[in-house]
Design a binder for this molecule. Sequence first.
Ligand code: ASP
Length: 331
Amino acid sequence: MIKLAFALVGLAAITSPALAQDRPAPARWSIAIHGGAGTMDRAAMSEAQQADYKASLQAALDAGARVLASGGSAGDAVVAVITRLEDDPKFNAGRGAVFTWQGTNELDSSFMLGDGRRAGAVAGVSHVKNPILLARAVMEDGRHVMLSGTGAEEFAASHGIEMVDPGYFATPERRESLERLKADQLSAYDVDHKFGTVGAVALDTQGHVAAGTSTGGITGKRWGRIGDSPVIGAGTYAQDGVCAISATGSGEYFIRVGVAKSICDRIALAGAGAQDAADQVMAEVGALGGDGGVIVVAPNGDAVFSFNTQGMYRGRATSDGVNEVAIFAGE
Ligand code: ASP
């Protein structure tokens, strides 16, 4: 009799619409990624090149989305995306980074968790295969937020981070950009039409957000120049309950505007939506003469882009079924 009662209750639990409604909705996740913004001329890019970039973006996006869909953390999703893009020579991060004036590659990266606003960043490293892993290690260590140059590399070596010969980062295409810049006395922005920095922002099913950015900076940089990418608050920011941001573009302007933190503040303090906040701050960058773009995720699951260039390599995926990659504006 008791067994029968349990069986009936069990059956009711399966079939009762009231109980079905009480079940918590599946938790939301979302992710947005970028591979740099810039002058992308549709006519100048072959179908095959476009397909190649889109395939790389999709593979990176899928890697991040898989982490989130299986209940993994936003931080792990960000790292899954960025390590792939760092390993891909098409992008200006890790292998395929742009050259400095001296013909070397100096890499910058940052990583931030919304939970506790923990952050780590590195600048000017030239032996670290995946700078995003070093940025995360700096955060996990917790003593400092930003390390640079040989000190950062000493830290990397003592924390089991994979080191490589500097020749690993060099590609003929990026070397040619440096030679053209020097021969024609161009600026970095003339040769780096597509900036190529990479970044990812994510919201996980626990409601935490994370952001990361990785870059070789700009072609022909010298004097230890550091852009916005490793600067927490400029190129990267994450705050639980508010947003996660990664930026790409003319770094000097992004530092001066404090782009990532400024977007978060508009959301937190002025109650702006993610898209409006991002558009407003990108308009400020544009008004000063800077260009580029940002990716943003918000706690409600919104994943948005804002850029003032002809294009931005980008992608987004959410638990609501959004899954797309794109290159040009209006796509
Ligand atoms: N923001 C990077 C820098 O200025 C460049 C980029 O986004 O491509 O170093």
